[in-house]
Design a protein around this ligand. Structure first.
Ligand code: CO
Length: 172
């Protein structure tokens, strides 16, 4: 396994829409393993392929759920088939070091996709995991937290990037 370079704003690939995965083969499985390693090494809770420079529709997530249990998932070609409720959790992004914002999301989701082995997967998610999934699926659509931010917040962040403040402490 190897660590991949996490793309950060304003790298263009973050705005690119991911294409559906056609083959779940060894190359893709290696990409998933590398993405997991990269996410863990950066103390992230989720990572979309877009963020490591690969425009294919898949993401990984590792979110504490129901107490101590952790759920590590890789979802290929994710589609939301059900969503309800409202939730707003403060989010950060490995591609936007230093930026944090509350985003209104659905509180509960059911998604469909394929797992690392190509098996169809249907997953129900709530709370933090539901938020992480929506955040990662945003990345696959070329959308980042900056697109959810008010103009003022976005401008303040861009200004801090110019000064180099954000380099101080990247958070998940
Ligand atoms: Co992100």
């Amino acid at each position: 396994m190897s660590l991949l370079r996490i793309r950060t704003y304003p790298e263009g690939i973050l705005k690119k829409k991911a294409a559906a995965v056609k083959d779940i083969d060894g190359t893709l499985q290696r990409l998933i393993d590398d993405m997991n390693e990269t996410m863990h090494s950066a103390s992230g809770v989720g990572l979309a392929a877009t963020q490591v420079g690969n425009s294919q529709a898949l993401f990984v997530a590792d979110v504490p759920s129901e107490g101590e249990k952790r759920l590590v998932i890789a979802v290929i070609n994710p589609v939301i088939i059900e969503s309800d409720g409202e939730s707003s959790i403060e989010e950060g992004c490995l591609s936007l070091p230093g930026f944090r914002i509350n985003v209104n999301r659905s509180a509960r989701l059911v998604i469909k996709g394929y797992d690392r082995k190509g098996k169809e997967l249907i997953l129900e998610a709530r709370e933090l995991l539901a938020t992480v999934i929506q955040h990662e699926m945003d990345h696959l659509g070329g959308v980042t937290l900056l697109d959810h931010a008010s103009l003022l917040k976005r401008e303040a962040y861009l200004k801090s990037l110019k000064k180099g403040d954000a380099a101080a402490g990247p958070k998940p």
